[in-house]
Design a protein around this ligand. Structure first.
Ligand code: FEO
Length: 397
């Protein structure tokens, strides 16, 4: 079996993007892949395409297997541009008999490409098409993570082509999860889930139940990013179950930025006190931690403690950036507190408290403000705040 033949007569034909470092705010410091799959059945079928500027790589991989003009069907599991960017060129070249997509996919294709002449065939959950020896059954997965998203399941191969779900942003020459250390894969999978899918946790719970109800036998999950889960997809299915149940651990995050070290000193005093109470603490200085890495830590934490000095009657810009990002990803079921130093006006703590209220984070304390530089009496208050936070975290267990 060729390295890219993931199942008999089904091949990975995607593209590896080694250089991408930012995915609209998500730090892809290990790059990513855009996975597409070609099924060489009686109807030659391409599942998804790749980002527009990766067209040549897609075409190269397809051409190793067949003349691209022989492609009969294209399945569009998801219209976001990293998977559909080169669709116009591929359709122009292949002139496929049919392009399959979900009902919302049809709308999204029209909104993106404005082409009424494409041979679109809408498929709904439960619809199946025959490719010859293989059968594809579709499942709409609305808001995982776009309205148009869907899965394609090939029962003869027990293969689930899962679009964005179960992916990782990781560029590699390897194609399978079992070729890489599992710890590294799960770190990338958790980051991907936390930054892209956790927002839709209730939908994921419903989807996992739906897949169980359908009785689909799955021994391989082929996502549209990163490596393929073969042999034991239970590893990622159970992780998604755990994450989407919003399971947490005895853990608090101290997320802060500082101007002249006063707020940093408070952060260390608060974090130290939480830790001494037996609660795990992650100290996350926004000057050196990327927002999307912090989101991975948010996934299973119970407390979010924010620190910013006051700057121009507001908070520091990196804290503003992080709160905007966090708000969009809607953290649920957390407690929180705020702290920060100030010179003369001191609005930062109030602003942080208001931000937490908007996010429905339970604010445990009015917050701690220190004028200019903290001294012993201030550190004692930091310790008290840390003890209070730790107690709340333990109660949440
Ligand atoms: Fe990988 Fe939602 O696109």
């Amino acid at each position: 079996m060729a390295r890219t033949e993931i199942k008999e007569n089904i091949y990975w034909v995607g593209a590896v993007d080694w250089d991408i470092r930012d995915f609209h705010g998500y730090s892809t410091y290990k790059g990513t892949t855009y996975n597409a799959y070609l099924c060489m059945d009686e109807k030659i079928t391409l599942f998804d395409t790749v980002k527009g500027d990766c067209y040549d790589e897609l075409l190269y991989h397809i051409s190793e297997l067949t003349d691209p003009t022989k492609i009969d069907y294209i399945v569009v599991n998801h219209v976001e541009m990293d998977h559909s960017g080169c669709l116009p060129k591929i359709i122009e070249l292949c002139k496929p008999e049919k392009v399959f997509c979900s009902p919302m996919g049809q709308k999204a294709l029209m909104d993106h490409f404005h082409r009424e002449d494409w041979p679109i065939h809408v498929v709904k959950s439960g619809d199946s098409i025959s490719l010859g020896k293989k059968t594809v059954t579709f499942l709409e997965t609305k808001m995982l993570h776009w309205p148009d998203s869907m899965f394609s399941y090939i029962k003869e191969d027990k293969l689930l082509i899962s679009s964005d779900a179960f992916g990782q942003h990781l560029a590699s020459t390897e194609r399978y999860v079992d070729e890489i250390a599992i710890g590294e894969i799960m770190t990338h999978a958790a980051k991907y889930y936390a930054n892209i899918l956790h927002l839709f946790a209730p939908n994921i719970q419903k989807l996992l139940a739906q897949v169980t109800e359908l009785g689909w036998e799955i021994d391989m999950i082929a996502p549209d990013h990163g490596l393929i889960w073969r042999g034991n997809p239970e590893v990622i299915l159970s992780a998604y179950d755990r994450w989407s149940k919003r399971e947490t651990s005895l853990k608090a995050l101290v997320i802060y930025d500082s101007m002249w070290h006063s707020t940093a000193k408070m952060a260390k005093a608060i974090g130290g006190a939480i830790s001494r109470e037996g609660v795990q603490v992650k100290m996350l200085n926004l000057a050196v931690n990327h927002r999307s890495d912090i989101m991975t830590e948010v996934l299973d934490c119970r407390a979010l403690v924010f620190g910013s000095p006051t700057l121009n009657n507001g908070i520091l810009p990196r804290m503003g950036d992080f709160l905007t990002y966090l708000k969009g990803l809607r953290p649920k079921g957390k407690v929180g507190a705020a702290f920060g130093s100030f010179g003369w006006s001191g609005e930062a703590v109030k602003i942080l408290n208001e931000a937490m209220e908007v996010m429905e984070i339970t604010v445990l304390d009015p917050g701690l403000k220190v004028k200019n530089v903290p001294v012993d009496v201030d550190f004692a208050k930091c310790k008290e705040l840390g003890v209070k936070i730790a107690a709340a975290v333990k109660e949440m267990g």
